[in-house]
Design a protein around this ligand. Structure first.
Ligand code: AMP
Ligand code: ZN
Length: 112
């Protein structure tokens, strides 16, 4: 793992901050969002500290593709395979944690 001291999601990976696990493998960790915006709201993060999805796509595209597969697996289990995937990128659009994370929203019908 490549971790950063002042990053809340790195602390979650190190188990210094508790989280509710949903999925884990050697590349990613998925856990419940503390402030859910849907019946199921899971965050999927790479085990490497990378700032945002653009950096991830350039530096580690395989992990980005893997995140999409994990999101699909969660949705297959929870809601007929349907899910919404969000990567906030930049503080102006609401990114508050600068360790890339996919928001997976599922588990209920969502408006457009
Ligand atoms: P973003 O605004 O896209 O950077 O998303 C950050 C997300 O992290 C928000 O949806 C928060 O609710 C979530 N979050 C922050 N701290 C925690 C935590 N300790 N455990 C789980 N989710 C968290
Ligand atoms: Zn981090």
């Amino acid at each position: 793992m490549c971790l950063q001291d002042d990053c809340i999601f790195c602390k979650i990976l190190e188990k210094k901050i508790p989280s509710t696990p949903v999925y884990e493998d050697n590349l990613v960790y998925a856990f419940n969002d503390i402030n859910p915006k849907a019946a199921i709201h899971v965050l999927i993060i790479p085990k490497k500290h990378i700032q945002n999805v653009t950096e991830l796509s350039h530096n580690d595209p395989q992990t980005l593709l893997h995140i999409i597969d994990v999101a699909q697996q969660i949705a297959d289990k929870e809601f007929h395979g349907s899910y919404r995937l969000i990567f906030n990128t930049g503080k102006e659009v609401g990114q508050s944690v600068f360790h890339v994370h996919a928001h997976v929203l599922t588990g209920e019908y969502l408006s457009e």
